[in-house]
Structure formats: structure tokens, C-alpha cells
Design a protein around this ligand. Structure first.
Ligand code: CP
Length: 360
């Protein structure tokens, strides 16, 4: 299924050269923001946030305001007609006729792709459940470019909630496209990276290993990407409590790390980075959030200037098959075509949330 509009649902829908151009523009804007102050004059952005956010929502909003554009939207669907039972399709259809560009965060995987199917303007995925977060990855790329000076030949440790970490999934998919990168996945067995992302790493040829402690790998890292254990994604409080506090970065542990390590975190932080670490010059997470505003300015300019179509569904509806992920958008928005990609002879992968199921 092809949409007449450009959308950003997954960074990997675009070539690496496109991300590099957005990041490069983000760096130019950071250095000379005033030049771009009228770039979106008379344009309106809608921010539809069905799930809480501080950084993504406000950095998109300030990005648009700094470009001379204007804003509409909601940050609490309870205050919109979503509370009366309006479908994602209808809300998107209506709002996309009011705005020039739509930014959506949603607690259900695949929601941004589903929204793009009915949108009459470009849609940007601002995080869909524990699935993907492409604009956080653009933020991370700009941070790495400015603070490490390169996007290749890096040893990157990713620590914490790797199963639910949408920022981790998007970042790994992107960084595996640059040569010489190595990944160290630091998690408990319960919070391991989903197999579809591991398959992407394997296919890219980037080496990766899975370990269970931070201390054993800290000395070899160029980048440490800490993440929060995401309470809201667990089925029960007991399961969350069993994982909480497993990984805490302290000033003491940092003595093991390289002097030119950089510590990233998409934020919000709970207690996985000790507050005292904030004073360490290697702590880059607050700067990272600021880079996010500049790269989102670059993204808005780029998306509003793009004159391209987007292929949203490449696979097919398979008779009798439906996604088994209860948090997939096809479960809550029943009108959506249940489209799958075939993996080998025996497996289907949902095109909205990447959940896999075995063919009988
Ligand atoms: N990094 C990030 O997505 O933060 P928010 O949830 O505050 O938007």
C-alpha cells in the first residue's frame, strides 16, 4: 500500500544518505539557528500524543516555533474525541486536513504506520510503544557526530530494558548501517533484545554480544547507552520489581571506563544513573536532549520539502492469520489490513509491530 505523502515511520525506510543529510542540516541549524527562523512560516504542525512525553513533544513543538510555524494538537487523548471512541483512522484523517505535518506518539505498536495509511499529510512516528523511535535515533546520530566526531568504528554498549526499548531498537537498526560498529547488549535474560532486531544485526555483519553485567564491558566502550526499565510495559508490578535496579551506573563504576567514553540516555531517567554522574564530563544525556531540538528542526524542514510517496505495506494479508501481539495496533483498530511479510518458509512477520508467528 502506497501513501501519496512522505512519512517517517522507521528510519530504515530511507537511505543512510538521507539520515546523514538530516543530521548535517541539524548541525548547521545548531550553529546558526537564526538563519532558519522563518523556514516554516505559515505551516502548522499537529502533535498528537496519546502517551506521555516531555522531550519529544516539547522539542518538536519548540522546533516548529523556532522555524516560525504554528501548532495544534493534544497531549492527553482523554481531552479529545478519542475518549468518545473515535478511531485512530478518523482522528488522523481529520487532523491531517487541518495541519501540514503530524507528529504522533502512541502506546500501541504500529500506530504511526496505521495512522499514515489514512493521513492526508506527512506523519512522523514519535514513538510507538516499545517498538520504534526514529526521531530519538536522529537525535542520537547528531549527538554522536558532534560529540564523538564519527558514526562508524564505535563500540557501543546498550544497557537495561532492551526488549521494550524503542530507542534501542531504532538506534541499533541505524548504527548497524555504518561500518566498523560493534554492539554489546547488556541486560538480564528477561529484558533481552527482540530476535527480529538481532536478525538485522546479523544480516548487517556487525559483531554483537550479549552480557549480563555492566562492569565486565565498561572498559571497552566508546559509547554507553543507558535505558530506563520501563514499568509501563510490564504485565505485572512483580515482574517490573524483579528487574528494577538491576543496572545502576555510578561514579565508582565509571572509574573502569575510557576517558573519552560518552554516556547517552534517551531520558527520562529513574535511578539507573546515579545523580553524581551528571557532573562527569562524559555524561552527555542533557546535551543529547538539546541536540534533539535541532535535529527535529532539520527533520521538519526536510519532511515539508519532500515530494515523495511512501510504501507503507509491502506484504500481504494471509487468510486466517492475525498478529499475536496483544499490543499491536491491528488488535485494537480492527479495520486495518492484517498485512504480513513472509520470513523463510515457516514464519510471518506483522508489518505493523514486527511480531513473528509460525505458519502452521
Ligand atoms: N526520549 C524521549 O522520548 O523522552 P520523552 O518520553 O520525554 O519524550
Amino acid at each position: 500500500m502506497i501513501s501519496s505523502y512522505p512519512h517517517l515511520i522507521d528510519l530504515n525506510d530511507y537511505p543512510v544518505s538521507w539520515w546523514n543529510d538530516v543530521v548535517e542540516l541539524g548541525e548547521k541549524i545548531k550553529n546558526n539557528p537564526e538563519i532558519y527562523s522563518g523556514a516554516c512560516h505559515n505551516k502548522i504542525m499537529a502533535t498528537l500524543f496519546y502517551e506521555p512525553s516531555t522531550r519529544t513533544q516539547m522539542s518538536f513543538q519548540t522546533a516548529m516555533l523556532r522555524l516560525g510555524g504554528r501548532l495544534i494538537g493534544f497531549d492527553n487523548p482523554a481531552n479529545s474525541s478519542v475518549s468518545k471512541g473515535e478511531t485512530l483512522k478518523d482522528t488522523t484523517k481529520i487532523v491531517s486536513n487541518y495541519a501540514d505535518i503530524l507528529v504522533m506518539r502512541h502506546p500501541v505498536a504500529g500506530a504511526a504506520k496505521a495512522a499514515a495509511l489514512s493521513a492526508d499529510c506527512p506523519v512522523i512516528n514519535a514513538g510507538d510503544s516499545g517498538h520504534l523511535h526514529p526521531t530519538q535515533t536522529l537525535t542520537d546520530l547528531l549527538t554522536l557526530k558532534c560529540e564523538k566526531g564519527r558514526l562508524d568504528n564505535l563500540t557501543i554498549g546498550l544497557c537495561g530494558d532492551l526488549i521494550n526499548g524503542r530507542t534501542v531498537h531504532s538506534l541499533l537498526k541505524a548504527m548497524s548501517c555504518y561500518s566498523g560498529n560493534k554492539f554489546i547488549l547488556i541486560s538480564t535474560p528477561e529484558l533481552k533484545l527482540p530476535s527480529y532486531v538481532k536478525d538485522i544485526l546479523t544480516a548487517s555483519g556487525c559483531p554483537f554480544k550479549e552480557v549480563s553485567t555492566l562492569e565486565e564491558v565498561l572498559p571497552e566502550l566508546d559509547v554507553l547507552y543507558m535505558t530506563r526499565i520501563q514499568q509501563e510495559r510490564f504485565a505485572s508490578r512483580e515482574e517490573y520489581l524483579a528487574q528494577k535496579d538491576t543496572y545502576i551506573l555510578t561514579t565508582k563504576k565509571l572509574k573502569l571506563a575510557k576517558p573519552d567514553l560518552i554516556i547517552l540516555h534517551p531520558l527520562p531517567r529513574v535511578d539507573e544513573i546515579e545523580i553524581a554522574v551528571d557532573e562527569d564530563p562524559r555524561a552527555m544525556y542533557f546535551n543529547q536532549a538539546k541536540y534533539g531540538m535541532y535535529v527535529r528542526m532539520a527533520l521538519i524542514i526536510t519532511m515539508l520539502d519532500l515530494d515523495s510517496k511512501t510504501t507503507l505495506l509491502r506484504g500481504k494479508v494471509v487468510k486466517g492469520a492475525s498478529c499475536k501481539n496483544p499490543n499491536c495496533i491491528t488488535c485494537s483498530e480492527s479495520y486495518l489490513p492484517k498485512s504480513f511479510i513472509t520470513i523463510g518458509e515457516t514464519m510471518l512477520e506483522c508489518e505493523y509491530c514486527n511480531e513473528r508467528l509460525l505458519l502452521r
